[in-house]
Every structure is written in structure tokens, then in C-alpha cells.
Design a protein. Structure first.
Lengths: 181, 227, 585
């Protein structure tokens, strides 16, 4: 377990900025409850500093997880968000799409978001930008990237894709073996 | 940046020589030293545990009475190779020893890295904020360009649409014009036909025709209304 | 509505017991027929007579009860539906209507709640009901007979060799028998008369009979019949025992028959048999054949039980709160959707968790801002419960020795949104070495699983003598490690909870007693659990620390939870025992 280097931090922040924009400052500035980023094996964790200090007693090989797992670095040095970070990032989401109850299961099985399933969406979403997908009752369901801007999505026919799925909470069941090593 | 990368050793560790020495078929004192201490060095076959397959094979083949030429050659070549290897091992080891002795001295041309070794961590708030500002600046730029591009595209689309509309309008106009023209032409042609037969006649006929038609139509109208 | 319903709920509980019963009602209806058929084959005229009489009476009674329960449930659903339509805000969901206050209370702490609960004689009352319930549910005519004999069993209990047990099983148990006496008073006299003859007949196989069947497949029908007959004899051995046969002959044969009929190894059957009186043992073995209800725990980090229940009801799930002792548990009767794949599940609003595994965490009662260790954490049901009780403050160390199992642990921790956890993969014995000074430690020790046979029937045959030596050895080591990992000077804590899902004494009382002997700076304290049978203070000639009556045992046939054991220790500040404390390190 070690802190991130500057480059790594940059990579991580760039990814986070896709979904929460400037709200990253809320992750850094928590004077009442300081948190930090830590790298363990190839995963990045966001964890309370007090918890992190206790975790330093645990050996590198034995430490399996701490705090919130934001994602992992791929072998090529890119950063990939994991579904485990959804709950935490959802509260800072910049662009949101809500899907209707009839589209929930479809999305949770790993399908893209269709126009017919969209209950509502943020107004000014440009195309190809990161969004967080919610159910109508505000339960965060996953990450996505818009296929069309909000304006264009309005003109779309019901079977058209509004957002591509990137990650969804169905992965807790589907990917249990790979996601948590 | 990639966290999985490991530093590769820049030069072979002295211990790295060990297997090479071990592989040699005929062990001398140095080789024996390199072997683990509890293995008693014996000339040839006794070392079966420590020997690699290659070594043992060469040994058997060279001494075997039925070894054919090809094998023999190979074995000899091998023997040569191993002997050179052994020498190499010897020299490297010696070199390493020397290097160790001379660590205090800096050979000319070798530049030692100065300053802090290893990674630069971003752990305190200031560094993080700094990185964040860089990132947000870039993301904003990207975002801005995205919006800008969207606007540009929209403008282009608008212009195109206008152009298309304009073209449509022109088309319609042209059509109208053509229609008018044709109408006009028809009338003209008819007039021309009249003029061709004879002007005075035509005029008279024209008048006649007109009067006739008028009369006819009036007649017809009368008839129709009367019926 | 709010006022009338709890009444019905209580009535239903009278019949059902707090933990489910729907299954049992079904079973109650199905079983008599099935088993009656079985019976016919091996019928004796005496039995047939009673069967005709008993079955009709019984199934009528059961049907009525079932019908009532059903209609209650439908009522419930209708009401909920209605309310949905009306869309009233507050008292719409009547099932939880009477608990509203409790939801809103800031869960001031479990301990308080538990105190309350233990005050309200929940325990004994419920046991009475359950006694009735089980005799109802057996649905077997033989067991009807058995139930008729229960009064006798009570008498027998008083003077039998199982005195220890009787002692251990306190007042609640006695109430039960008094009550059942009333229930079956009338039948009893009759039965005694009828049974006198049958009891005198030779129940045990003769010498030749014993040897003959060795190469034949064992006949479970014969075993079944003989189990009943031996039980009858053991009820009053002096009266019905065959001359020249010792009590142990009967018991040996009974154990062999149990092993044969229920498919256990004789070793395990014997081990489990000796925990109970003969009749109760049969109840235990029967309960192991019936699955426990599916229960879920609300994740209070993300939602509240009322909201969750509403959401699940909307998805076509039929559910009910587990019981008074937990405010986060829900019991699932049936569901139109897979309960482990709803959006609410994936979003971490609940976790599927056996009711029994709430208990050690309730006993641990972790407080906010403490540092807690869960030594054998996978798959994380208890860890996430601890985290939820601490409201994600402080720090929870979740350790599991099995690397593969940490996967599910990590998945659950993240799904349920626990952010104060550290997951590590150590052999738990290394613990004070890795990090110590915890405020509380939970050791849900690896065990033989004799409490969860209903869930994993392979336990019946897979356990051998060595397991019952090795496992307690490991458990003792782990418990000492757990004790040593606790900071005695902790302001709010200093507690250790030891639990297993096994019911054998070797893995429970013996381990706890060992720890008390080895570590003089710990003492047993009340678990804070409102119910449960006290642990044994002596067992088959072994004397344990008298404080072991503070530990709690749970059996599938008494509480319809998995078999379980919970002990809570408090580590004392080592003032005069300085050398002792020093020697540990």
C-alpha cells in the first residue's frame, strides 16, 4: 500500500472528472474527516486516513481491500473505474440519466440505455460524456457514456441508444470472480 | 507510471553466476565453491543431483564407446562452450569483486543520479489540489472544445440548412418561372400560328374566333341554364 | 387498522412462532397423508385405530390454522395494496406500523433494546407456543402419540440421568412442559392404557436379529418404528424396560436407528443425541430435515426496513419481520423474483443472512468510533452488520484465512457500502501479532456445522472423530488469540464474542471453559440476547465454569433458527494480575 504518484493521481482524476467534474475537490477537501488515495497491488482505494493508518500494520500480501475501491490500473497504465465506487461517486454526479422501472432489469443485465427507457436526464449533457445512471427512485445503477447529447437524444426514436453502458451493479453478481480478485 | 512495472536489475548479481558454474561438467575448485557447501564436489558422475541434463548427457556421450560422429562433435562443441562459459564465469566474478572494492571511486564518464530517488508521491492536499487544477483545466478545455465544437457543428448545420432551403427556393422559383415561360410561350406560339397564316386574316379570325367563342360560350351558358 | 393488526399478528405468532411457519403449515398438511401411507404398510391394528381418529382431528385443526394464516397474509397484502393506492404517507404499511417509533429512534443501542426485550418475558411465552407448534406440525400419528406422552416425558426428565440438562434448561422449558401437560391431558390417560401392552413387548432386536441385517440394506421403516418404541420405553424405563436389558442397550439401539433413519454417522448421531433428552433429540433431528426460512437483513447504511419491505412487496415478495428481537431482519415467505438479484439487492439495501448470524453481532454490540476485529469474516454478513451498527465510523478489520472466500467478503462489503473496513487474509492465530488493541473482537469460529445440517446435509456423514478433536483445538487457539487482541483498557469496549454454528459441547462450552482457565483476565458476561437456552455448566461428568450459564445456545427445533452458540467475554483491566498479562505477550 502506498500513495499515488503525481502521474497516477492525474490519471485517476482525469477519469473521475468524466463523471463528477469539479466535485473532485469534495474528495480532497474534507477537513472534518480527512481521506486519502492509496494504491495496493493495482487497485486504488479511497479511504479515511485513520483507517489507512491502521491498515499499515497489515502486510502487502495480506491486505486485500480497504475503504472504497475506486478502480484499478490496467497493465497499459490506464485507469478503470470499478462498480464499487459507484455508490460514493453517485452523490457528486455531474450528469445523470434516470431510467424507468421497465428498463431497470435490462440495464442491470448489461444492456445500453435506450431512449424508451429514459425517464429523465440532465439538460445539457454533451455527447460522449460520462454519466451516472439512476433508477427513478434515485438508486444509482451504473456508469455510462452518452451516445447523443440531450438535445439530440430528444429527437431519437424509442429504440435508439441514449447512453452506452460502461459498468452496472449487476456486475456484483456477474463479475464476482474477476472484480474482487 | 504503471504501477506494476518492476525495476530490472541493472547488472547481473554475483549470485546469478551460480547456475552457470553448476552446469559445467567437470567441476574444479571454483565450481565447487559455487555449489552449496554440503554437496561434496566429485569429479563426474557423483554430482548427479546438481548436474543439469545437458551436462550429464555430454559426459556420457563423450565417454561412450558407441558414440557416433555427429554426437561426438556436438559433445565436443558443448565441452568447448562450457569451458568458455566457465572462464567467463570466473572473469565476471573477479570483475564483480573488483567493482565492489572500487565503489568509493567514480570512474570517469559515469554519472550518478542526483536528488530524490524513486517516485514522487502526491499525498498531501496541496499536491492533490495542484494535480486537480491541472486536470480540471484540461477537462474544462476538453469540455469547452466539446461545447464549442457542438456549437460550430450546429452553426454549420444551420448554414447547410439555409443553403438547402435557399436552393429549394431557387428551384421552386425556377419552376415557376419556367411555368410562366411555358404559358407565355404557348400563347405566343398560338399567336405565332395566327400570324403565320396571315396577319389580317389572322386578326380577323382571331376576332371571329374570340367573338365566336364568346358567342358560343354565351350560347352554351344560355342553353345550360335554360335546360 | 393499525390497532387490530398486531392482534392478528400475535395470534398468528401463537400458532407459528415468530420465525416462519408458512412452510411448516404446508408441511403439516402434506405430511400426515404421506406419512400415513407409509404407516399403513407397517400397520398394527392398534395404530391404525388411532390413526383414523387422530388424523382426522389433526388435519382439520391444521387446515383451520393454515387457512387462518393464509387469510391473514392475504389481508395483509390487500391492505398494503389499498394503501398504496391511497398513497398515504405514514401509517400505510401496517405490518410495520407499530414499529414506526422504533425505526425513528436513533437505534440508541442494541443493548438497551435487548434489555427491554428480556424484560418482557418474551422467552418463556414463546416457548410455550412453540411446544404446541411442533407437536402440531409433526403431523405424524406416531408423533401425536409421542406428544401425548410428553407429560410423561416431563416426569421422566425430572429423575433421569439428564439432570444436568434439565438444570441447564431453566424455567422456560418447565413452562413448556406444564403447558403441554394441559394440552394433552385428556389424551394422556387413554394413551397410557392403550400403550401399556405395546411397551412391554420386546422392542430391541434379539441377538440374532442384530447380527443378521449387516449385509442387508437397512430398512428405514423398521428404524422409524423402533425409534418410537424405544422412546416410549425410555419415557419410563423402570416400568417398560425389558428385564435383562440395560438402559444403555436401548440408547445404543436408538442411536443406531437414528443414524440409519436420518442418514447420520453413528458418531455424529451419538454426539448430537447426548445433548438432549431422547424426545427432544428426535425433535432436533426432525428439525434438521426441514429448511430454515430465508431471511434478509436490512442494510441500515442505505435504507430503512420499512422502505425496503415496501419496495420488495412491490416486486411481489411476501415477507414479514423476523421477530421482536431484531429490527433489521425480514423473513421471506415466497417471492416472484429471485431474492438475490433484485435491484435493491444489487444496490446493497439488504443481504441474505440467516437469522442466527445476527445473534453474535447483537451480542457484540459494537459502538461508534471503536476498532473492531472480525477474525473469520467471510462472506461478510456479520462484518457488514458490525459496520452498519457503527454507522461507518471507527474501523472494522475483517480477516479471513481463506483467500478465495475474501472475494465474496469484499464484494459484500462494497455492495453494502461499508467504508470503514480493512480486509486482510491472515491465519487468525497470528492476530495480536499483526495488530492488537481492539475494542471488540468477534470470533465466529470455523466449526463442524452441526447446527446448520438443514442447510448442508453433507455434515451428517463428513465429520469424523478427528474433526471433533482438531476443530476444538483450533477454536481454542483462535479464542486465545481473540482475547489477546483486545485492549483491556478500552473505554467503551473490551469485549470478545465467541460463536459457532455448531451445537456440540466440545466446540462450545469446552472451548469457552478452556479460555477461562487459560486467561484469568477475562470473564463471561451476559450476551444481551433476549432468548436462547443457557449453555451447559456440566456435561457428561465434565464440570465447567458455573458462569457458562451466561452463554446462549440456539436449536433449530426451539427457535427455528440454525443451531448456534454465543458466548460473550469481558476483558478486565489487569491490575493485580500483572504477571499474568505480561506472560501472554
Amino acid at each position: 500500500m502506498r500513495p499515488l504518484t503525481e502521474d497516477e493521481t492525474k490519471t485517476v482524476f482525469e477519469k473521475l472528472a468524466n463523471y463528477i467534474g469539479r466535485n473532485i475537490t469534495h474528495l480532497i477537501n474534507r477537513p472534518d474527516d480527512p481521506h486519502c488515495f492509496r494504491l495496493q497491488k493495482d487497485r486504488v482505494y479511497y479511504v479515511r486516513e485513520s483507517v489507512m493508518r491502521f491498515a499499515t500494520s497489515v502486510g502487502r500480501l495480506e491486505l486485500m481491500s480497504l475503504g472504497i475501491c475506486l478502480g484499478k490500473f490496467t497493465k497499459t497504465g490506464k485507469f478503470r473505474l470499478h462498480i464499487t465506487s459507484l455508490e460514493f461517486l453517485a452523490q457528486y454526479a455531474r450528469y445523470k440519466i434516470w431510467i424507468k422501472p421497465n428498463g431497470e432489469m435490462s440495464y442491470l443485465y448489461g444492456n445500453n440505455v435506450l431512449k424508451a427507457h429514459v425517464g429523465k436526464m440532465s439538460d445539457d449533457i454533451p455527447e460522449h460524456s460520462g454519466v451516472i445512471v439512476f433508477a427513478m427512485n434515485d438508486i444509482p445503477m451504473g456508469f455510462g457514456v452518452t451516445a447523443k447529447s440531450t438535445a439530440d437524444a430528444r429527437r431519437l426514436d424509442p429504440t435508439g441508444i441514449v447512453a452506452f453502458r460502461q459498468s452496472d451493479i449487476g456486475e456484483y453478481l456477474r463479475e464476482e470472480d474477476t472484480l474482487f480478485t | 507510471m504503471a504501477p506494476r512495472k518492476h525495476k530490472k536489475p541493472t547488472r547481473p548479481h554475483p549470485r546469478g553466476q551460480k547456475p552457470m558454474v553448476k552446469a559445467g561438467p567437470a567441476s574444479d575448485q571454483t565450481a565447487a565453491n559455487a555449489l552449496s557447501s554440503h554437496v561434496r564436489p566429485r569429479p563426474t558422475s557423483g554430482k548427479s543431483d546438481g548436474l543439469t541434463r545437458k551436462g550429464r548427457k555430454s559426459h556420457i556421450k563423450t565417454h561412450g564407446p558407441l558414440g557416433n560422429v555427429r554426437v561426438d562433435k556436438r559433445a565436443q562443441a558443448h565441452k568447448k562452450a562450457t569451458s568458455t562459459k566457465k572462464e567467463a564465469a570466473k572473469t565476471t566474478k573477479a570483475k564483480v569483486e573488483e567493482l565492489r572494492l572500487n565503489t568509493a571511486m567514480k570512474p570517469a564518464g559515469i554519472v550518478h543520479r542526483r536528488g530524490k530517488k524513486g517516485k514522487v508521491f502526491a499525498d498531501d492536499k496541496d499536491t492533490l489540489t495542484k494535480v486537480l487544477s491541472v486536470v480540471t483545466a484540461r477537462m474544462d478545455e476538453i469540455h469547452a472544445t466539446k461545447i464549442e465544437r457542438a456549437q460550430q457543428l450546429e452553426a454549420i448545420r444551420d448554414a447547410k440548412r439555409k443553403e438547402i432551403e435557399k436552393r429549394e427556393q431557387q428551384k421552386v422559383d425556377r419552376l415557376e418561372l419556367k411555368k410562366k415561360e411555358i404559358k407565355h410561350l404557348k400563347r405566343k406560339r398560338q399567336n405565332d400560328a395566327g400570324t403565320k397564316t396571315g396577319k389580317g386574316e389572322a386578326a380577323a379570325q382571331d376576332d371571329d374566333d374570340g367573338s365566336e367563342v364568346a358567342r358560343k360560350s354565351g350560347k352554351k351558358r344560355k342553353v345550360r341554364f335554360s335546360v | 387498522m393499525v390497532r387490530t393488526k398486531p392482534k392478528v399478528g400475535r395470534k398468528a405468532r401463537m400458532k407459528q412462532g415468530p420465525v416462519p411457519s408458512l412452510d411448516e403449515f404446508y408441511q403439516g398438511i402434506l405430511d400426515p397423508r404421506k406419512k400415513a401411507q407409509q404407516k399403513n404398510k407397517e400397520s398394527e391394528s392398534r395404530k391404525r385405530k388411532r390413526e383414523d381418529r387422530g388424523a382426522s382431528v389433526k388435519s382439520k385443526k391444521e387446515k383451520a390454522v393454515f387457512e387462518k394464516a393464509k387469510s391473514d397474509l392475504f389481508d395483509e397484502e390487500e391492505k398494503v395494496e389499498e394503501d398504496k393506492n391511497v398513497a398515504t404517507g405514514q401509517d400505510d404499511f401496517y405490518v410495520f406500523g407499530n414499529e414506526e417509533e422504533q425505526f425513528d429512534i436513533d437505534e440508541e443501542e442494541l443493548e438497551d433494546d435487548n434489555e427491554m426485550e428480556s424484560d418482557e418475558v418474551y422467552d418463556s411465552e414463546d416457548e410455550n407456543e412453540r411446544g404446541a407448534m411442533f407437536s402440531d406440525d409433526e403431523g405424524d400419528e406416531d408423533l401425536l402419540e409421542a406428544a401425548n406422552q410428553q407429560g410423561l416425558a416431563n416426569v421422566f426428565k425430572g429423575d433421569s440421568e439428564e439432570e444436568d440438562e434439565a438444570k441447564a434448561e431453566a424455567e422456560g422449558e418447565e413452562d413448556e412442559f406444564v403447558n403441554s401437560d394441559d394440552d394433552f391431558e385428556q389424551g394422556e390417560e387413554e394413551d397410557v392404557e392403550i400403550n401399556v401392552d405395546s411397551r412391554v413387548t420386546n422392542v430391541l432386536p434379539s441377538g440374532q436379529e442384530v447380527e443378521a441385517p449387516s449385509n442387508l440394506p437397512p430398512d428405514i421403516h423398521i428404524s422409524r418404528t423402533r425409534i418410537q418404541e424405544i422412546l416410549n420405553v425410555l419415557d419410563d424405563f423402570n416400568k417398560y424396560g425389558e428385564a435383562g436389558r440395560s438402559r444403555s442397550d436401548y440408547v445404543a439401539q436408538l442411536i443406531a436407528d437414528i443414524a440409519n433413519y436420518y442418514g447420520y454417522t453413528e458418531l455424529l448421531a451419538g454426539k448430537l443425541f447426548e445433548l438432549f433428552s431422547p424426545r427432544e433429540a428426535i425433535e432436533f433431528f426432525e428439525a434438521n430435515e426441514v429448511p430454515r426460512p430465508i431471511t434478509i437483513r436490512t442494510n441500515t447504511l442505505k435504507t430503512r426496513r420499512r422502505n425496503l419491505a415496501q419496495a420488495l412487496v412491490n416486486r411481489g415478495v411476501n415477507l414479514k419481520p423476523i421477530g421482536n428481537w431484531t429490527k433489521v431482519g425480514l423473513q421471506i415467505f415466497d417471492s416472484q423474483v429471485p431474492i438475490g438479484a433484485t435491484p435493491e439487492y444489487l444496490a446493497g439495501h439488504y443481504i441474505i443472512q440467516a437469522a442466527s448470524s445476527f445473534l453474535p453481532v447483537i451480542a457484540l454490540a459494537p459502538q461508534e468510533n471503536e476498532r473492531v476485529l472480525d477474525m473469520a469474516a467471510a462472506p461478510g454478513g456479520k462484518t457488514t452488520y458490525i459496520s452498519a451498527l457503527m454507522k461507518n465510523t471507527g474501523c472494522v478489520f475483517a480477516n479471513d484465512a481463506n483467500k478465495a472466500r475474501t472475494k465474496s467478503l469484499i464484494a459484500n462489503i462494497h455492495r453494502l457500502g461499508c467504508t470503514n473496513t480493512v480486509v486482510c487474509n491472515y491465519d487468525a492465530k497470528q492476530f495480536p501479532h499483526v495488530i492488537g488493541g481492539f475494542d471488540r473482537v468477534l470470533l465466529d469460529a470455523p466449526c463442524s456445522g452441526t447446527g446448520v445440517i438443514a442447510k448442508d446435509p453433507s455434515v451428517k456423514t463428513s465429520r469424523n472423530e478427528k474433526d471433533f478433536i482438531d476443530l476444538p483445538f483450533l477454536q481454542k487457539q483462535l479464542l486465545l488469540a481473540a482475547i489477546d487482541s483486545v485492549d483491556a483498557n478500552s473505554k467503551s469496549g473490551g469485549y470478545i464474542v465467541y460463536s459457532t454454528c455448531s451445537v456440540t459441547v466440545d466446540e462450545n462450552e469446552a472451548v469457552v471453559d478452556y479460555a477461562l482457565r487459560k486467561r484469568s483476565d477475562v470473564k463471561l458476561v451476559e450476551t444481551g440476547l433476549g432468548f436462547g437456552v443457557p449453555g451447559f455448566t456440566s456435561f457428561r461428568g465434565k464440570e465447567f465454569n458455573q458462569k457458562l450459564s451466561l452463554t446462549r445456545r440456539y436449536y433449530p427445533h426451539t427457535y427455528n433458527v440454525d443451531g448456534f452458540f454465543v458466548a460473550k467475554f469481558k476483558k478486565m483491566k489487569a491490575v493485580e494480575q500483572k504477571p499474568n498479562g505480561a506472560s501472554k505477550t
